[in-house]
Design a protein around this ligand. Structure first.
Ligand SMILES: Cc1cc2nc3c(=O)[nH]c(=O)nc-3n(C[C@H](O)[C@H](O)[C@H](O)COP(=O)(O)OP(=O)(O)OC[C@H]3O[C@@H](n4cnc5c(N)ncnc54)[C@H](O)[C@@H]3O)c2cc1C
Length: 387
């Protein structure tokens, strides 16, 4: 593989860098797991959208720039290098968006995608249920057809930021006699519809990061279904591929903290009291982050040549989630007891929010399909090992 950027790609990088330097919020935004922070992030998404930087890969008529995957990687590198705010509408923009592009009708694409790119609609993912997490085919929430509407009843859980979102997309059993992955439909539901109740679930840091969503005979029009009735599993598997593949977690998201980890190590090394084994961990994190970036460029090259990565996306998922954990665990070891201070506490280490990142990294091996399940997929589908 030869990694050389064209003149046009370099110009794009420079253009993104300059724009971010001029437009990035001057003040750190509040956490998007709070009402106020969520709205601040929504406003920032609108600034990105107005400059057509919200969804750079989407076509121009949907508010994007028609960039290819390499330009997207470049955009991500610049975005994270600039320390710009975390993106808040990823469930919509990165999971539902590509799903709608593949399975949505023209009317659905036109109705939902530009508003999603502008974050006028913020989306929550309504898949997990109390007894259907890893075993998603055990879903029990129902969507029963009544003329031109579905009547939805049931419960979803662990919906990230559903407390503040406008819409959810979920899988519902539209054939009440069906079982497992048959008879499911993929439906979009407005969260302000009569019969929807949202109960926030607090995360480790006390913020309303998740919610349970209860549906009590909620009526939605049939046009809100994506794909054919009863074919929701097929559509959901496409969404899962986007979730585990490259788009949700670009390498830049980990290269930047890995770089900061090296800086953190250098600062603390002068004190001479660091456990020598930490050095190896720092090096390993940095190397892994660079390897993930190189492998992403390789994968993008393959995709641009028309190849598909399929089950290989599970390898990505395991790598990025474990790398994120390792980076933050190593930072916590370097900082020692100070690591546990919240960002706004007196004497907190102020250059980077290592504790917040550490808490969030705990979830990486769980969300987007647990790493145990991803390892099963890798064993069965890529290594052909017996079940
Ligand atoms: C930060 C975060 C955000 C999330 N956001 C959302 C969201 O927005 N929307 C949404 O719908 N869901 C969301 N989830 C839920 C997430 O998708 C589920 O937690 C996950 O799929 C696991 O399901 P579960 O919690 O029911 O655990 P279980 O399925 O009960 O699994 C418990 C443990 O058993 C293991 N296990 C289960 N089956 C097997 C098997 N066959 N082989 C080996 N090991 C197995 C699992 O790997 C896990 O370690 C989120 C979760 C987290 C942590």
């Amino acid at each position: 593989m030869q990694l050389k950027f064209t003149e046009k790609q370099q110009q794009f990088r420079q253009q993104v860098r300059t724009w971010l330097a001029e437009n990035k919020p001057k003040q750190r935004l509040k956490s998007y797991d709070t009402k106020e922070g969520f709205e601040q992030h929504r406003a920032w998404e609108k600034v990105l959208f107005d400059a057509r930087y919200s969804m750079v890969m989407w076509p121009e008529h949907l508010g994007g720039r028609g960039c290819d995957l390499i330009e997207w990687l470049i955009f991500e590198e610049e975005y994270y290098a600039a320390d710009a705010p975390m993106r808040v509408n990823q469930n919509g923009q990165l999971l539902l968006g590509p799903t709608l592009m593949e399975f949505g009708t023209q009317e659905q694409k036109q109705r939902f995608l530009p508003r999603m790119a502008a974050s006028e609609d913020m989306w929550a993912q309504g898949w997990s249920e109390p007894n259907a997490g890893s075993d998603m085919a055990a879903i029990r929430s129902k969507a029963i057809r009544d003329g031109d509407e579905y009547v939805i009843s049931g419960q979803k859980t662990w919906s990230t930021r559903a407390t503040f979102a406008d819409w959810t997309f979920g899988l519902f059993r539209s054939d009440p006699e069906s079982s497992r992955h048959h008879g499911l439909s993929y439906i979009m539901v407005p969260l302000d519809a009569p019969g929807v109740t949202i109960r926030p679930i607090k995360a480790l840091n006390g913020k309303d990061a998740f919610a349970e969503i209860f549906f009590d005979e909620v009526r939605v029009p049939v046009e809100n279904r994506i794909g054919d009735e009863g074919q929701g599993w097929k559509v959901a598997m496409a969404t899962a591929g986007f979730e585990r593949g490259l788009l949700l977690r670009s390498p830049a998201r980990f290269q930047q903290p890995a770089k900061k980890l090296v800086e953190l190590y250098k600062q603390h090394q002068q004190q001479g009291d660091l456990d020598p084994s930490i050095r190896n961990d720092v090096l390993e994190c940095w190397n892994l982050a660079q390897s993930y970036a190189l492998s992403a460029y390789y994968t993008v090259g393959r995709l641009q040549n028309g190849e598909q990565i399929g089950a290989e996306s599970s390898i990505n998922k395991v790598i990025w989630s474990e790398l994120d954990l390792k980076i933050h665990e190593t930072a916590m070891r370097i900082l020692g007891p100070r690591a546990e201070l919240l960002h706004d506490a007196p004497f907190a280490y102020s250059d980077h929010d290592w504790l917040e990142g550490f808490l969030f990294a705990q979830a990486g091996p769980i969300y987007a399909g647990t790493n145990e399940i991803q390892r099963n997929i890798i064993a069965e589908r890529l290594l052909n090992l017996p079940r």
